[in-house]
Design a protein around this ligand. Structure first.
Ligand SMILES: [Zn+2]
Length: 367
């Protein structure tokens, strides 16, 4: 694999490799954060395909649950509590996954700023955010800033703010053997990436060419990064989780997930409406739900984690702030805070797990 592709980008667009102090999105920033945790707990949850240790961070009391049945059995008997009932815990358990695609550095920068806030009372922008801190103290919070260290290192850039669409394809997918950009339909038609297909493999993938969002989840072998998050989720059994991605367009939620039970889709839709309302109030541009063209019926990473735990997933796409959709790094960071805090508000005010698996909830028969 050549690194000259990223070196070339560095020469053409040096600003993509520079960032203000508050924008900490490099892999070494994640490692350093894990070494300096005092208030919470940092734990290695597993390794990447190339053997890099993946840290996760935990705040708030861990309340174990003891299922008497598998989630399959519990749901089949209409007794979800046999696997897990929210009443078994005093506080909600929420999980935040910052980045699983290495060129999408926004989620990492936001997670590390949140961790700085939790550890010192001020985030990397120097903000105290007392209301947010208070809300975070009321939940068990698990944070995985970067599940894909191999991809993060391959991507090279600090961010894509002010970049072009071609830069995004290079950083994320890479270059084909003939030196042209790997882009378009082929990206989703090839998974994992076979050895030799690319002269430069971008940050979308782990070192073995696996896109973690589209792993062979039900096959005999899954990627080691996904094995790590699986183990963590089975222990934590979160009530809800938020995965942070980024794309070239305006910010968006890819929801609902068409394979989830209808009650969960109702919850996803409710939470998204709640969060978008707050984004609108703060003047943050986003794609409305009718503008979302991503197929909802794939068995995605977040769907897999849902069926393992019953947690309600949400997938958020930051806007990279490319030249075609400009935004500053400050605006991108504040978008992350807005989304995270509104998601927290929704979960604290309304149970993240649906009361019933039906689309419309339990109806009251007429007298
Ligand atoms: Zn992504």
């Amino acid at each position: 694999m050549s690194i000259s592709a990223i070196d070339g980008l560095r020469a053409r667009r040096p600003h993509l490799f520079q960032s203000p102090e508050f924008w900490r999105s490099r892999w070494e920033h994640v490692v350093r954060q894990a070494e300096s945790v005092a208030c919470g707990q940092a734990q290695e949850i597993g390794e990447s395909a190339s053997g890099r240790k993946i840290p996760a961070f935990f705040y708030g009391a861990f309340e174990p649950v003891s299922p008497t049945a598998t989630i399959s059995s519990a749901m089949a008997s209409d007794r979800p509590g046999a696997f897990y009932a929210p009443s078994q815990r005093k506080t909600l358990s929420l999980a935040l996954i910052g980045s699983i695609h290495g060129g999408e550095t926004e989620g990492i920068a936001c997670c590390l700023s949140l961790l700085r806030l939790l550890e010192t009372g001020r985030d990397w922008r120097g903000q105290p955010r007392p209301a947010l801190l208070d809300k975070m103290s009321r939940v068990r919070l698990s944070i995985v800033p970067c599940l894909n260290p191999d991809g993060r290192i391959a991507a090279g850039v600090d961010h894509l703010c002010g970049g072009e669409l071609e830069d995004l394809f290079l950083v994320q997918q890479g270059l084909l053997a003939d030196g042209t950009l790997f882009r378009g339909r082929k990206i989703k038609e090839t998974q994992p990436i076979p050895p030799g297909m690319l002269q430069f493999m971008g940050g979308y993938y782990n070192a073995a060419g696996v896109n973690l969002q589209h792993d062979d989840f039900l096959g005999p072998e899954i990627a080691p990064e996904n094995r790590a998050i699986q183990k963590m989720f089975r222990r934590e059994i979160p009530d809800a989780f938020l995965t942070m991605h980024a794309h070239g367009a305006r910010a968006a939620f890819l929801a609902p997930d068409g394979l989830l039970p209808p009650g969960y889709q109702r919850k996803q839709t409710g939470a998204v409406g709640f969060i978008l309302g707050e984004m609108h109030r703060q003047g943050i541009p986003f794609l409305a739900s009718e503008d979302i063209t991503t197929p909802p019926w794939s068995f995605y990473f977040q769907v897999w984690l849902h069926f393992m735990t019953g947690a309600t997933p949400l997938l958020f796409e930051f806007s990279h702030g490319l030249a075609m959709q400009p935004a500053s790094l400050e605006q991108i960071m504040e978008t992350g805070y807005c989304v995270f805090e509104a998601w927290l508000d929704y979960n604290l005010a309304f149970s993240p797990r649906p009361a019933t698996p039906d689309l419309f909830g339990a109806t009251t028969p007429a007298a």
